[in-house]
Design a protein around this ligand. Structure first.
Ligand SMILES: NC(=O)C1=CN([C@@H]2O[C@H](COP(=O)(O)OP(=O)(O)OC[C@H]3O[C@@H](n4cnc5c(N)ncnc54)[C@H](OP(=O)(O)O)[C@@H]3O)[C@@H](O)[C@H]2O)C=CC1
Ligand SMILES: O=C(O)C1=N[C@H](C(=O)O)C[C@H](O)C1
Length: 232
């Protein structure tokens, strides 16, 4: 498979190594917005850049008929526009706030737990995410996905950073040293607390998941998520 890496920072470099180890040909390593020429007729683009660049990068890949796996967070207000463009051009698109297997299991676990908790009406929920000091967006894309999963299955109607009122689900974002990504969900009642926590030891799980998603998408058509890739 010919892969274009759009964004070649911490994630792009690990994805490069994993892609080559899995027998793929990395045909572009870009640190700027792509052009038709420097995409080098890739079979798929893996986009990990930054919140300001993602929309334009994905748009250019789709206009050049290249399916896109996007892991960049912090640009989601424009995701419906991208999905519309992908459908119009009949080119596949997959966004994942977190490509690791562990976090995708964690999403499912919290959706189920929220459903169970909502039967009792005794528990309130709060999220905490901890990331490295270089991170540009807050809350993390992963925390937003966890919150959305809980909201779909509980009394909560929206998420909000920091302190909340009524039916808002609070997310606390902490920036600390070089932490790769830690997410905790607290279910609290008057008498006890259940805490579920996912800790990434490094970025390898994110990168491997993105390459697996790229391998999966090449013969598919449509808009997908990691749930489709992992069959969850
Ligand atoms: N979904 C997931 O599983 C994960 C998502 N992420 C997300 O992925 C994104 C990237 O993370 P990370 O690799 O750590 O970030 P880095 O800052 O390490 O890398 C970003 C890269 O993008 C490059 N870049 C800057 N502008 C553009 C542009 N216009 N077009 C293409 N590339 C550009 C930068 O180049 P230069 O250095 O020259 O500025 C750099 O190489 C973030 O949004 C992060 O939140 C991170 C980990 C996992
Ligand atoms: O910026 C990061 O580093 C990460 N970003 C993603 C997010 O915003 O959820 C995924 C992971 O937690 C690392």
């Amino acid at each position: 498979m010919k892969i274009a890496l759009v964004g070649y920072g911490k994630m792009g470099k690990i994805i490069d190594e994993i892609s080559q180890n899995r027998g793929h040909n990395v045909v572009a390593r870009l640190r700027e917005t792509p052009t038709s020429e420097n995409l080098n007729v890739a079979d798929v683009a893996i986009e990990f850049s930054n919140p300001e660049a993602a929309f334009e990068n994905i748009k250019i890949c789709l206009e050049n008929h290249i399916p896109v796996i996007c892991g960049t967070t912090g640009w989601l207000d424009k995701k419906p526009e991208i999905e519309k463009l992908a459908l119009e051009n009949n080119i596949s698109f997959l966004y994942g706030s977190n490509f690791s297997l562990g976090v995708n299991l964690f999403f499912a676990l919290n959706e189920n737990l929220a459903k169970l908790m909502s039967k009792t009406n005794e528990y309130s929920v709060q999220l905490e995410e901890i990331h490295h000091i270089h991170k540009k967006d807050a809350p993390s894309g992963t925390a937003i996905s966890i919150a959305e999963g809980i909201i779909e299955n509980s009394k909560y109607e929206a998420w909000k950073l920091d302190e909340t009122k009524d039916k808002e689900l609070g997310i606390f974002a902490i920036r600390e040293n070089e932490v790769p990504g830690t997410h905790s969900v607290f279910y609290r009642s008057e008498v006890d607390e259940i805490e579920i926590k996912h800790t990434a030891y490094n970025r390898n799980g994110f990168a491997l998941g993105a390459v697996i998603a790229a391998e999966w998408i090449v013969d598919k058509k449509g808009i997908f998520s990691m749930k489709d890739v992992l069959g969850l």
